[in-house]
Ligand binder design. Structure first.
Ligand SMILES: [Zn+2]
Length: 352
């Protein structure tokens, strides 16, 4: 009491919680997004690289252009998306830092604050119902190598709202080998520690960009935590042979653990540029992982999408193409949002 400054009325002012403190307690109390099972189809996109464009590439945070501006998200029926804190391997002479992750998170905060259409989950009404025209923003980390400096720091980011953590990006790092790395080794001892901390804190490990050996190393850790394995933006290697796409065995592993694989629209990861080739990729993911284990992870603003799905407003065309190929409405809705929502409701055994 003695150290608190009295107000002019003589009443001691209550301590004011800082914005950061509020952020760090929010996820456990946030209402969960719920979507109606009928009406216009809504999309939850597990990977949209707009923060990279704004933080590193000079796009104004008003998003005057690009494939995922607020009006395009609304036109495409987006209910939610995941913005990655992407830490490029090459930062600071190949040493991205945890401070970079904080700075990019601040950019995401600024994007959400800038747009009336965007909100964080904690801003939803208690029912979890999405107000008209709004889009929930979730946050992930893509390329967490900087956290090898202090793996305990990942917990601070999960408390602030990070839902998925990918240990690597395009290169091997101190946590794991990359799918496109030189050596493509598995999880290092530090990488295993990071994954355990991610699960214990209540977030999920993202295996997109992880080496095949890294996925094999993650499997027993995920099983121990009863955690679904998630690939936020990856396709099937059997349909297009690229190391960023997943082997059928790993798609089955994702299905067995209750996870999801998010369809990536980058041209380089697809067998062709027509909608029909994307439909055939989705069908393969469904055949191998299971219809409850496929989601969307477009890579808009990170990859180059085919012309027919050039921006967020085109997502209803993808839904129509899936229906046209014989997929039932319930399955299309699972892929568009509800599978991902189920996975995001996961909690570690200790918290249940
Ligand atoms: Zn990526």
């Amino acid at each position: 009491m003695a150290s608190a400054a009295p107000t002019s009325t003589g009443v001691t002012a209550a301590p004011v919680a800082t914005a950061a403190a509020l952020d760090e307690t929010a996820p456990t109390r946030a209402p969960r997004l719920t979507l109606p099972s009928s009406g216009p189809i809504r999309a939850l996109d597990l990977h949209v690289d707009t923060p990279w464009k704004v933080h590193f590439k000079g796009r104004p945070k008003t998003l005057p252009d690009g494939p995922v501006s607020a009006p395009l998200l609304q036109a495409g029926g987006y209910a939610a998306l995941v913005y990655p804190i992407y830490l490029p391997d090459y930062l600071h002479d190949d040493h991205p830092t945890i401070a970079d992750a904080d700075a990019i998170y601040a950019t995401i905060d600024a994007l959400v604050a800038e747009h009336d259409a965007l909100l964080y989950e904690r801003e939803l009404p208690p029912s979890g119902e999405l107000p008209d025209g709004r889009v929930v923003v979730y946050v992930s980390i893509e390329g967490a190598g900087a956290f090898a400096d202090d793996v305990s720091q990942i917990e601070r980011f999960v408390r602030r709202g990070v839902r998925f953590v990918g240990p690597v990006h395009a290169r091997d790092n101190r946590l794991a080998g990359s799918a496109t790395g030189k050596e493509r080794y598995g999880l290092t001892a530090l990488g295993k520690q990071l994954c355990e901390r991610v699960y214990a804190a209540g977030a999920l490990v993202d295996v997109s960009h992880l080496s095949d050996a890294g996925i094999a190393d993650l499997a027993p850790i995920a099983r121990r935590f009863q955690a679904p394995i998630v690939a936020t933006h990856s396709n099937a290697r059997a349909r297009h042979d690229h190391p960023r796409n997943l082997r059928d065995d790993d798609l089955r592993l994702i299905g067995e653990t209750g996870g999801v694989v998010g369809l990536n629209l980058h041209r380089g990861f697809l067998p062709g540029q027509k909608l029909s080739s994307i439909v055939s990729m989705v069908k393969h993911l469904v055949d191998v992982a299971g219809v409850d284990h496929v989601a969307l992870g477009t890579d808009f603003d990170g990859g180059t999408p085919p012309r027919e799905l050039a921006d967020a407003s085109r997502m209803p065309a993808l839904a129509a193409a899936l229906r046209g190929a014989g997929m039932d409405e319930a399955s299309v809705r699972k892929i568009f949002a509800t599978n991902a929502l189920r996975v995001m409701a996961w909690q570690p055994p200790a918290a249940r």
